[in-house]
Design a protein around this ligand. Structure first.
Ligand SMILES: [Zn+2]
Length: 401
């Protein structure tokens, strides 16, 4: 591997332009008047001119001086460099005026094969030039884009290129690429797992519990799912993070993918939660509310947890969050334990009490509150009271003892 990298570093200077920067972060590699920025969790580093300003904007880092800007953005749930570049271009195209793509080429980026697109746009009637460089590794990607007034582009371009050729993605130690993982195919899944991991030894059980979980989920929802789920089982939180830059499992529904922790039969994520996201996406559609999307995934996670008991305990301990505080993006602002469990129990109540056909209509409705009234003849607070009364009456006595 080390030998290969030497060859790749030379290609960096040829394809991306700019000067040859040796990787490794030794101080002598940083040009005088430049500084190395290292992201606090050590996920990447990049050299930049010391006189420039560094600031954070959400998950992006901005390096700027006067009208000149270079942005480093991380993107998660990415599967392919070219797709990611197109996504970022469409975001830039919507944001900038008169956005025009000028050229596209391959480019070596942090020792990997990446892509570069040059573009122009106008801002406040001033013509601007810039370029976008990016790469996807495993299931996350980095994209760097620049903006500078066109009349300064030739002067600034070498500085941007030197910054980009020093960009190094780190925190990848011990990762085995997906191409070297083992695989096992069953009727509805292709399981991908680390060689010699606990998942490898438990594969017969994993196949049967996921196939029967999928049958339970599709029959509860009254749908048939004919796709095949690529199901990635990670041996530790550390490897999951290094390969996806996420702290816990997730699905990429459009790609029929689930990414899940399976350290052992004890330390693992549920069989059904993430696959429910994939199945509902392809058979029902996209949820109008996180309350519904996460609710159905929790309700059908196949863990056997008694959600009604869990929510009753939230009510009893006054940790309960009203459903009216969980609409739209507010769902993500609430205590996540309460948000998941309450959504799961409420969705289960809707399906059990009123049938799955109405639930599926509600799931993709344009306006959740209007659809509740139309489909159930009741408002959210009334349904919430019905549900709380139904679940709490059977548990209150027990808590009081
Ligand atoms: Zn979920």
């Amino acid at each position: 591997m080390a030998l290969l990298l030497v060859a790749v570093i030379v290609v960096v200077s040829v394809l991306c332009g700019g000067y040859l920067f040796l990787k490794g972060g030794a101080p002598s590699n940083v040009p005088s008047g430049w500084t190395t920025y290292t992201q606090t969790n050590n996920d990447w580093s990049m050299n930049y001119p010391s006189s420039w300003t560094v600031s954070q904007d959400g998950s992006e880092m901005h390096f700027s001086k006067d009208n000149n800007l270079l942005v480093v953005a991380i993107l998660v749930k990415e599967t392919d460099t070219s797709k990611m570049i197109q996504e970022v271009l469409s975001i830039l195209g919507n944001y900038y005026q008169n956005f025009q793509k000028l050229s596209e080429s391959t480019c070596t980026f942090s020792e990997e094969q990446g892509m570069r697109v040059d573009y122009s746009f106008t801002y406040d009637s001033v013509p601007f030039r810039g370029f976008l460089v990016g790469v996807v590794l495993h299931r996350f990607g980095y994209a760097i884009y620049t903006e500078v007034p066109s009349n300064e582009f030739d002067k600034l371009s070498p500085i941007f290129e030197n910054m980009i050729s020093s960009f190094t993605i780190s925190n990848l130690e011990g990762v085995i690429p997906y191409s070297q993982w083992s695989a096992r195919e069953s009727t509805h899944f292709i399981f991908h797992y680390y060689p010699n991991s606990n998942a490898a030894g438990d594969m017969d059980t994993i196949v049967s519990e996921h196939e029967s979980g999928l049958n339970n989920i599709t029959s509860t929802l009254g749908v048939s799912y004919s796709g095949k789920i690529n199901f990635y089982l990670y041996p530790s939180d550390d490897i999951l993070y290094k390969m996806t830059r996420r702290d816990s499992g997730f699905s990429i529904v459009k790609e029929n993918e689930v990414h899940s922790l399976y350290a052992s039969s004890e330390e693992r994520q549920s069989v059904g939660h993430e696959m429910t996201h994939v199945i509902t996406y392809w058979t029902i559609g996209e949820p109008s509310e996180a309350l519904l999307g996460e609710g159905v995934a929790v309700a059908l996670d196949q863990s056997g947890e008694n959600l009604d008991e869990t929510v009753s305990e939230l009510i009893f301990t006054e940790m309960y969050v009203p459903l009216t505080s969980m609409l739209g993006d507010n769902w993500f602002e609430q205590d996540s334990f309460a948000a998941y469990k309450e959504s799961g129990s409420f969705v289960k109540f809707l399906i059990d009490s009123y049938g799955v056909a109405k639930f599926k209509q509600l799931y993709i409705s344009q306006n959740f509150l209007v659809a509740l009234q139309t489909l159930y003849g009741r408002g959210l607070t009334e349904l919430e009271d019905d549900w709380k009364t139904a679940i709490y009456s059977s548990w209150e006595e027990e808590f009081l003892e």
